[in-house]
Design a protein around this ligand. Structure first.
Ligand SMILES: Cc1cc2nc3c(=O)[nH]c(=O)nc-3n(C[C@H](O)[C@H](O)[C@H](O)COP(=O)(O)OP(=O)(O)OC[C@H]3O[C@@H](n4cnc5c(N)ncnc54)[C@H](O)[C@@H]3O)c2cc1C
Length: 534
C-alpha cells in the first residue's frame, strides 16, 4: 500500500486536473509493467503521467517542482538490458512521452526529419515508405516499437553509415526541469534558415548535455537521414578460430579508417551467432549450463558459423561497391574461413533453391540465412523484430509470437565497454570476459561493432532465465565483476544500465563538480530523473 503524503496528493490532483484522470495512472496494475526490467530491480513507481503536448510537459514539471515529486521521462521505455522503463531511483513518477508521436518536419532533398519522442522505429520506417522516400533511416536491433529519440538520447547505435545516432542529430527542443523550453543550435534564433542542416549553431554547443543526463526532457529532435545509395551489397565473413580475430581486426581497421567501409561493421562471437538462431539446446545438453564446447562445435558446423562472424554493408555506386569489395577480399585473404557477398538478387535466388538445397544436403538454407536476413534488413535501415528472439535464449518455453522480454521474465544484462580498434585491446577485453565468465554458468555473447572509424563498441550480454531460483543474483554478480574488471583495465562503458549509474569509478573530481553545479542550477529540487548518469 502506498502512503500518500500531502505532496503526492497535491501533485496527483494537479496532474489530474491538467491532463485528465485517464492520463494519470496510479493503480497497482498500471505501474507493474514499467516496474519490471530484464533483471531484478527494487524501484517502486508511484504513478505514470502521460502528457500529450508540449505545454502539458512544461506544466507537469512545474507541478513536480511545486510538490517536490520526482519524474522520470521515458519515450517508449524499452531500454531492454539496461533497465527497460524502470527509473534509476525509487519513488519516481514515470512521465511517458509516447503520446507525442508526431513527425513535425521532413525534407527529402536535404535529408532530415524532425520528430517527437513517441515516434517509433516502425513508424518512421512506414512514414518514409509511404512517401516512397529515397532516404534511409538507421535502425537498431531492438524492434519496431522502440523510440528513435529514446535510443538517441542514450547515444545508441545501428548498422548503416548513419549508425552512430547522436552524430546525426541536428538540433533539439528541450524542456528544462523548471518547465522552460528552448531549441538548441541555430533553432534558438527566429527565422533561422539553417537550423536543421548545421548542427553546431553559433556559440557553445550544448546538445550533448541532454543525452545520457537528467538536465532536460528532449521534446523534439532533428535527425539527418541517409540518401539511399545507388547500390547496396552486404558481406558476411567467419573466422574459424578465436585467435584469428586479431588479424581480422587489424585488416579491417584501415578500411574503416579510409572510408572503404562506411558503416558500423558488427563482429559477433559464436554464442552471439547461436543465440540469434535458436534457444539454448536444453535437451542436447541434458540441462547442463554453460554450453559445452562440443555442442557448440556441432552447431557451428551445422549452421556454418565460426568463432567470430562479421556483417557489414558496402554502399555507393556499382563501381564504388565493386572497388570496396575488392579491397575487402584482399584485406581478409588468408584470415577468414568464409567471405560471402549478398545482394537482393542473390537472396531471391537462395529462397528459390531452398527446396532442392534441403533435398540435396538434408539441411535448410533458410535456417542458415535466418540471422543474415534480419541483419541484411538492418544494414538498409529496415527495423525488424527478429533480434528480440535472442532474449529468450535461456527460456525453456518457446519464443512467443508477441515478444515482451520484461513480462516474459527473460534475463538480460548488457555490459558495453568501448575500446580502440586495435588487436591488443581486443584481446585484453576478451581475456577479461573469459576470466569473469569462467566463474559463472552463463555464455558471453559478444559483439564488437566498428561504430566509428577508430573505436569498437563492444556489447557483452548476460542472458538467463529470471524464473530460475538464484539466477537474478548470479547474473548480477557476473555483470558487476565484469563491469568493474573492465573499468579497472581502462575500458569504460559507452552507456550504462540503471544498476550502474553512480558507479563510474575514478572520474576527475572537477568534471564531477561541474556536472553537479549544472544539475543544481537547472534542477534545484532534483525532480528530473534523480540519479540518472550521476
Ligand atoms: C535484442 C535487442 C537488440 C537491441 N539492439 C540495440 C541496438 O542495435 N542498438 C542500441 O542502441 N540498442 C539496442 N538495444 C537496447 C535497447 O532496447 C534500445 O537501445 C532501445 O532503443 C532503448 O529503448 P527506448 O528506445 O524505448 O528508449 P527509452 O527507454 O524510452 O529511453 C531510454 C532512456 O533515455 C531517457 N529518455 C528517454 N526519452 C527521453 C527524452 N525524451 N528526454 C530525456 N530523456 C529521455 C530515459 O532515462 C530512458 O530511461 C537492443 C535490445 C535488445 C533486447
Amino acid at each position: 500500500m502506498m502512503v500518500m503524503t500531502d505532496n503526492l496528493l497535491g501533485a496527483f490532483s494537479a496532474w489530474s486536473n491538467l491532463l485528465g484522470i485517464a492520463y494519470v495512472l496510479q493503480s497497482p496494475s498500471s505501474v507493474i509493467t514499467p516496474s519490471t526490467a530484464t533483471f531484478s530491480t527494487h524501484q517502486k513507481i508511484l504513478a505514470i503521467i502521460r502528457p500529450g503536448i508540449l505545454p502539458e510537459i512544461q506544466e507537469c514539471l512545474r507541478i513536480a517542482n511545486r510538490f517536490k515529486t520526482p519524474v522520470y521521462p521515458i519515450s517508449s521505455g524499452k531500454n531492454w538490458g539496461y533497465g527497460s522503463a524502470v527509473p534509476v531511483e525509487t519513488d519516481c513518477v514515470i512521465m511517458d512521452l509516447s503520446r507525442l508521436n508526431r513527425i513535425v518536419d521532413f525534407n527529402e532533398e536535404l535529408g532530415y526529419i524532425t520528430l517527437e519522442p513517441g515516434v517509433t522505429q516502425g513508424q518512421l520506417f512506414q512514414f518514409l515508405k509511404d512517401r516512397s522516400s529515397r532516404l534511409w533511416m538507421d535502425a537498431t536491433g531492438s524492434g519496431m516499437e522502440c523510440s528513435v529519440i529514446g535510443n538517441t538520447v542514450e547515444r545508441g547505435f545501428g548498422h548503416t553509415p548513419y549508425g552512430d545516432h547522436f552524430a546525426s542529430v541536428c538540433g533539439m527542443e528541450v524542456v528544462l526541469p523548471c518547465g522552460d523550453c528552448f531549441r538548441t543550435g541555430f533553432g534558438r534564433f527566429p527565422n533561422s534558415k539553417a537550423a536543421s542542416v548545421f548542427r553546431w549553431g553559433v556559440g557553445p554547443y550544448i546538445d550533448g548535455l541532454f543525452t545520457q543526463s537528467n538536465l532536460g526532457i528532449v521534446t523534439k529532435m532533428t535527425i539527418w537521414l541517409m540518401p539511399a545509395p545507388e547500390y547496396f551489397q552486404a558481406f558476411n565473413f567467419s573466422v574459424a578460430e578465436d585467435q584469428q580475430l586479431e588479424a581480422t581486426i587489424e585488416a579491417l581497421r584501415p578500411l574503416r579508417l579510409n572510408g572503404t567501409l562506411k558503416s558500423a561493421i558488427h563482429i559477433g562471437n559464436d554464442y552471439k551467432a547461436l543465440s540469434a538462431n535458436r534457444q539454448y539446446p536444453w535437451e542436447i545438453t541434458g540441462n547442463k549450463t554453460p554450453l559445452p564446447a562440443a555442442v557448440m562445435q556441432e552447431f557451428s558446423e551445422d549452421l556454418d558459423f565460426g568463432a567470430w562472424n562479421g556483417f557489414g554493408g558496402l554502399y555507393g555506386s556499382r563501381e564504388e561497391v565493386a572497388a570496396a569489395r575488392n579491397q575487402l577480399i584482399k584485406a581478409l585473404k588468408g584470415k577468414v574461413k568464409t567471405l560471402r557477398f549478398f545482394d537482393d538478387r542473390k537472396l531471391r535466388l537462395a529462397a528459390a533453391i531452398e527446396k532442392p538445397y534441403r533435398w540435396l544436403t538434408g539441411k535448410s538454407l533458410a535456417e542458415k540465412l535466418k540471422l543474415f536476413g534480419s541483419v541484411y534488413d538492418l544494414m538498409q535501415g529496415i527495423p525488424t523484430e527478429a533480434m528480440l528472439a535472442s532474449t529468450y535464449w535461456r527460456k525453456k518455453s518457446p519464443v512467443p509470437t508477441t515478444m515482451n522480454p520484461d513480462q516474459d521474465q527473460c534475463g538480460l544484462i548488457w555490459c558495453a565497454p568501448v575500446l580502440p580498434t586495435d588487436s591488443i585491446h581486443v584481446r585484453a577485453v576478451l581475456d577479461i570476459v573469459t576470466l569473469v565468465f569462467s566463474r559463472y554458468p552463463f555464455e558471453p555473447a559478444i559483439s564488437m561493432a566498428m561504430v566509428t572509424e577508430r573505436s569498437l563498441s563492444c556489447v557483452i550480454s548476460i542472458s538467463y532465465d529470471r524464473e530460475l531460483d538464484g539466477e537474478d543474483e548470479r547474473a548480477m554478480a557476473c555483470y558487476q565483476e565484469l563491469f568493474e574488471s573492465l573499468m579497472a583495465a581502462g575500458y569504460y562503458p559507452y552507456r550504462l544500465g540503471i544498476q550502474s549509474m553512480g558507479q563510474l569509478k575514478g572520474a576527475d573530481v572537477n568534471y564531477q563538480k561541474m556536472l553537479r553545479t549544472l544539475k543544481l542550477a537547472l534542477d534545484p529540487n532534483n525532480i528530473l530523473a534523480p540519479g540518472r548518469y550521476e
